[in-house]
Write a protein of this length. Sequence first.
Length: 90
Amino acid sequence: DVFPAARLMELSGELVAGHFFEGLGGPQFTTRAHLPELAAEWPTDPVWWLRATDPASLCGASVQGLDLPDRRATTTLVYHGRHLVLVATA
């Protein structure tokens, strides 16, 4: 479980806890250096990809309104802006 480690890192000043993304319960963590990026307006149309096993991936989590695949090392998700456009599984 990563939560106890993240909480200790918050107490030591390495991380900041907050509520950065709507729809996710519980505290969320980031570094002070990334706070401005989270507060900035996000581009609406970049194309980007994410492995299902990436720590930032919500695959395998039960999040209201999201229908994502299982968390598998062979799965890659491709997004156009905020929209999931492709799920590739090897």
